[in-house]
Design a protein around this ligand. Structure first.
Ligand code: ADP
Ligand code: MG
Length: 362
């Protein structure tokens, strides 16, 4: 196993790229620590598969280096990198039995027959296919085949990393949850470095210790689920993570006060006078409706979504969302909102501004 370092990496599918827009992957530097479970999260087309395929060696980057530990593997083949990869759609040998499919990566590396038998049984148990071991893969359903692909990805214990590219897309919802739990357990037991690509925030947040968020060919933030929730580094992270996402309001900032349409909103820290397009961001969880405190708001609609209610309101011409937790009453005389000052983030040109000092002294 090894730490994976990406140095000044960038990739364009064009032969002669000119500007930033020609790059599927903009220049990035990134370290994947040995033994961690990462989710690589972002919308379709943002460059997740491109990045994964560069790490596995399926794709040679137009620029930059890839290191496994101290070893430069940029020019090395996938086989030489000793990596397992599981794709979105099943890759199985139809004419082989399930057992032979699972054993293939081990036999291919000359593993001992007893070990192969034992290991295949273990993996079959994990993917719940012990009963089908001696059936041919042909004729199995798409999700059974995908489970075989997952099993093949996990069967070798000596790989440097296991890469998963949206592997549960074709799996039914219940099995999805089960397999994700299994993958996590496998990670806890064997400690492989894992990178799990998904566009689904729930999948990312439940699988990984660290989530790497990509947007438009860039890594915009790496953090724990809590960090992504509390302090999104980019407005995209605020919007993409959470349900509904973070409220963003154009504002002017002077020290520890934000002005939205001239109305004062206290901040939990001092931010100086950031320039560019300045916005404040606050999650719906940290906005509360009030009858007597805060800033005026027009409630448009209240949606009961089970565990809590989502209130859609008009705040100086911008729609904001407020979450009212169970047991919190909402009444028509509540025509004001309070933003919890310590939970307000400040953004300049979409990037989070670090507070200069704690407390309200500017
Ligand atoms: P994701 O996996 O996040 O959906 P991809 O890495 O597949 O994103 O794609 C990133 C960008 O690169 C997209 O704009 C996509 O259209 C483009 N792209 C992906 N593969 C190729 C390819 N083989 N040739 C040309 N462009 C590609
Ligand atoms: Mg993809």
């Amino acid at each position: 196993m090894a730490q994976i370092t990406l140095k000044n990496l960038a990739h364009s599918y064009l032969a002669a790229p000119t500007g930033d827009d020609d790059y599927a992957l903009k220049e990035l530097n990134h370290v994947w620590k040995d033994g961690e479970a990462y989710a690589l999260l972002g919308p379709s087309g943002c460059g997740k598969s491109t990045l994964l395929n560069i790490i596995s060696g399926l794709l040679v980057p137009s620029q930059g280096r890839i290191l496994f530990g101290d070893d430069d593997v940029t020019e090395k083949s996938t086989a030489d990198r000793n990596i397992a990869q599981v794709f979105q759609f099943p890759v199985v040998y139809d004419t082989m039995t399930v057992r032979d499919n699972l054993a293939f990566p081990l036999r291919n590396r000359g593993a001992d027959a007893d070990y192969v038998t034992r290991r295949v049984e273990e993996i079959a148990h994990m993917i719940d296919m012990e009963a089908e071991l001696d059936r041919k893969a042909r004729g199995l359903t798409a999700d059974a085949k995908q489970k075989i692909s997952l099993g093949r990805g996990m069967v070798r214990e000596d790989v440097n990393a296991i890469l998963f590219d949206e592997p549960l897309t074709v799996i039914d919802p219940h099995m999805k949850w089960e397999l994700r739990t299994q993958l996590k357990e496998l990670h806890n037991r064997f400690g492989h470095t894992m990178i799990y690509v998904t566009h689904d925030q729930t999948e990312a947040l439940t699988f990984a210790d660290k989530v790497v968020v990509m947007y438009d060919g860039r890594v915009v933030q790496m953090g724990t689920p809590e960090e992504l929730f509390e302090t999104p580094a980019h407005t995209f992270v605020g919007y993409f993570i959470g349900s509904p996402g973070m409220n963003l309001l154009d504002a002017k900032i002077d020290g520890a006060t934000a002005y939205v349409d001239g109305t004062e909103i206290p901040l939990g820290a001092s931010y100086g006078q950031p320039q560019g397009r300045v916005q404040i961001g606050i999650r719906p969880e940290f906005v509360t409706l009030s009858a007597d405190e805060g800033v005026p708001v027009k409630v448009r609609r209240i949606e009961d979504v089970g565990r809590h209610r989502i209130i859609r309101a008009d705040f100086f011409g911008t729609q904001i969302n407020i979450i009212a937790h169970e047991g919190v009453s909402v009444s028509p005389e509540m025509t004001r909102v309070v933003f919890e000052p310590s939970k307000v983030n400040v953004y300049a040109d979409d990037w989070r501004v670090e507070p200069a000092a704690l407390g309200r002294a500017a």
